[in-house]
Design a protein around this ligand. Structure first.
Ligand SMILES: NC(=O)C1=CN([C@@H]2O[C@H](COP(=O)(O)OP(=O)(O)OC[C@H]3O[C@@H](n4cnc5c(N)ncnc54)[C@H](OP(=O)(O)O)[C@@H]3O)[C@@H](O)[C@H]2O)C=CC1
Ligand SMILES: N[C@@H](CCCC(=O)C(=O)O)C(=O)O
Length: 324
């Protein structure tokens, strides 16, 4: 099947780190026009048209795909199904434990509206998910480990900032380097995500709130409770000086026996900017979402269900000639 050329009318909801990167990258696509940004705030300091988030449904006829650049901790569970009833959406929802629930909720909402909901794009979930499935399918008994960092997790940072009293906050994910070496050598069977990473949070807050904030973060299900998590309280000046960059990256390491020989597969990301790379994945999957919708598909899709050629602005015939 050929990917039909179409100009995709795109819009963004939520203008934080991710939203700004998506705005920049939509502008760089040959087949996308940016219609506007929906926000809960009125002043965003951009020349893209800004509309109130509450009025989004009024613009549904003008938009082929809506990029949900909202936080995963609270925004996506509360707001994403509402958007999916009116728009074909693409999100980067990253609470792995709750993705099956999110899939079911978005599937029902998207079907109700006759739309496509592309969920949990980005890199993890997203491109790492794809590589976990692809690599593990190659081995009868795969040994697989995922490592993140060292880097700034936007999802965990968003979760920190949602804790009452937190004025500014970031979270760094730090992997155990010895565990990465062990996994690459095929000795990762005993290594779990929680044993192989620690989480360091840097927070600006009033001193009176410190104890409650530390307790709320370290006991937060999914994001922090299962991990060795440390919370550091710092001043605005130190936050401003030391915590502005957002690099990240990681590895998916898979190995196994293939009837007497051992092989290993590794997918590695080194990201100078987590939001820029996450946006790159989200925008490509947004293209796929718009194309699936144009083909008459409805309901929720994960990255596992999307044919790769749908991500590319290049025609399938050219991709077969160039890349296969
Ligand atoms: N799957 C993956 O690989 C990845 C997923 N992500 C996901 O992306 C999500 C969003 O991350 P990120 O963009 O860093 O989060 P931000 O905290 O920067 O933005 C989240 C929302 O907060 C609001 N906001 C942003 N800045 C301000 C401000 N100054 N004042 C008030 N409100 C503000 C915006 O909504 P509004 O404009 O309506 O105010 C925005 O949509 C994360 O929760 C994470 O789950 C991120 C990286 C990788
Ligand atoms: N979802 C992450 C990207 C994957 C890295 C990760 O999960 C982590 O650092 O814990 C993010 O929001 O930055």
């Amino acid at each position: 099947m050929s990917s039909s050329p179409m100009t995709i009318r795109a819009a963004i909801v939520g203008y934080g780190n991710l939203g700004k990167s998506v705005e920049k990258l939509i502008r760089a696509q040959p087949d996308m026009d940016l219609v506007g940004i929906f926000s809960r705030r009125s002043e965003l300091g951009t020349d893209t048209p800004v509309f109130p988030a509450a009025s989004a449904a009024d613009h549904a006829q003008d938009i082929d795909v809506l990029f949900l650049c909202l936080g995963s901790a609270t925004d996506i569970p509360e707001q994403a199904p509402g958007y999916a009833r009116h728009f074909t959406t693409v999100d980067t929802y990253d609470n792995h434990h709750l993705i099956p629930d999110h899939y079911a909720t978005m599937d029902a909402a998207a079907r109700q509206g006759g739309n496509v909901a592309m969920i949990s794009t980005g890199w993890d979930p997203g491109l790492f998910s794809l590589n976990r499935t692809l690599a593990s399918a190659l081995f009868p008994d795969a040994q697989q480990n995922t490592f993140w960092g060292k880097g700034l997790s936007q999802g965990h940072s968003d979760a920190v900032r949602r804790v009452p009293g937190v004025r500014r906050g970031v979270q760094y994910t730090i992997p155990n380097e010895e565990a990465i070496v062990e996994a690459k050598a095929g000795r990762g069977a005993e290594i779990s995500a929680t044993s192989a990473h620690v989480r360091e949070c840097y927070v600006v807050a009033d001193e009176a709130d410190h104890a409650a904030i530390r307790e709320a973060i370290t006991t937060m299900p999914d994001y922090f409770a299962p991990y060795d998590t440390t919370v550091h309280f710092i001043s605005d000046e130190v936050f401003e000086r030391d915590h502005q960059g957002m690099p990240h990256g990681g590895h998916v390491v898979t190995s196994g026996d293939l009837g007497g020989s051992r092989s290993s597969v590794e997918f590695v990301l080194e990201l100078e900017s987590n939001p820029d790379f996450t946006a790159a994945s989200q925008v490509a999957y947004g293209r796929a979402a718009a194309r699936l919708k144009a083909e008459g598909k409805t309901g929720a899709f994960t990255v596992l269900e999307v044919a790769p050629y749908l991500l590319s602005p290049v025609a399938l015939e050219e991709l077969i000639r160039r890349d296969v």
